[in-house]
Design a protein around this ligand. Structure first.
Ligand SMILES: N[C@@H]1[C@@H](O)[C@H](O)[C@@H](COP(=O)(O)O)O[C@@H]1O
Length: 245
């Protein structure tokens, strides 16, 4: 595991974007695994900036997103499809048909999960997967207790994850209860994984990720078994690492 500690969120975002930009320069037809949440927003901004300067071209790029809420239509302002369009896809020259997000409105969600896993195998695996981390160690929407062998599946969100995401919705009732997410094993298919964490509220999760054992009660710990993992964390998220214990 490589750990890059940055002074602040801006530097973290620039560093992550730099890695993605060089991947695209190296392989213009790259497959990127992408994440939502507030943490990667700065990275998307930086990527858009370098695109606008003519430094990158997304014409041949494909993307696979980690997850989607169940029940939200793609144009719902809090659906992850809408998030990706607004913050990234609509701002670059990617072909929309090459951007994949699970369909949270599929009638048969088990079928949708297998369909998505098949897409990961056909389009992917991603050359690079961008990840955030939940305060309880979740990655994608793989909550504590998820099997490390899991493929794309439907999950019931924990009260703490619903609470953490409630800030994006008008009322708590509107926060979806279920999501479709790539599983731990699906995420592991990526050739390289970049996990981002920023802020004090992520410090305990980063401490546990660095010092803890692999444990299904802490989903991100599965990443310790991945051959090419880079953590990019800012000082605040790294704050508890040196206080070992
Ligand atoms: N499904 C997403 C995750 O992919 C994300 O990593 C996590 C942390 O989000 P944030 O970056 O906003 O802290 O939130 C959500 O639950």
């Amino acid at each position: 595991m490589e750990v890059i500690v940055t002074n602040n969120y801006e530097e973290l975002s620039r560093k992550a974007a730099e890695i993605i930009d060089s991947q695209l320069k190296k392989e213009p037809a790259s497959v990127l695994g992408l994440a939502t949440g507030s943490t990667p927003l700065g990275t998307y901004k930086e990527l858009v900036k370098s695109y606008e300067k003519g430094q990158t071209d997304y014409n041949g790029v494909s993307t696979l997103n980690l997850d989607e809420y169940v029940g939200l239509s793609p144009d719902h302002h809090q659906s992850y499809r809408c998030f990706m369009d607004k913050h990234f896809f609509d701002l670059i020259n990617i072909r929309k048909e090459n951007t994949y997000v699970p369909d949270g409105r599929a009638e048969d969600l088990a079928e949708e999960s297998s369909r998505y896993e098949q897409i990961i195998d056909e389009i992917g695996p991603p050359d690079l997967q961008l990840l955030g981390i939940g305060e309880n160690g979740h990655i994608g929407f793989n909550e504590p207790g998820t099997s490390f062998e899991s493929g794309t599946h439907v999950v019931e969100l924990t009260p703490s994850t619903r609470q953490a995401n409630a800030r994006f919705f008008d009322t708590m009732e509107e926060v979806p209860t279920y999501a479709v997410t790539m599983g731990i094993q699906s995420i592991h298919k990526s050739k390289r994984i970049i996990l981002l964490a920023s802020g004090k509220h992520k410090a305990e999760a980063i401490r546990q990720l660095i010092y803890g054992e692999e444990d299904e009660q802490f989903p991100a710990s599965s990443l310790k078994g991945h051959p090419d993992l880079t953590l990019i964390v800012d000082q605040e998220a790294y704050a508890l690492v040196n206080e070992k214990g």
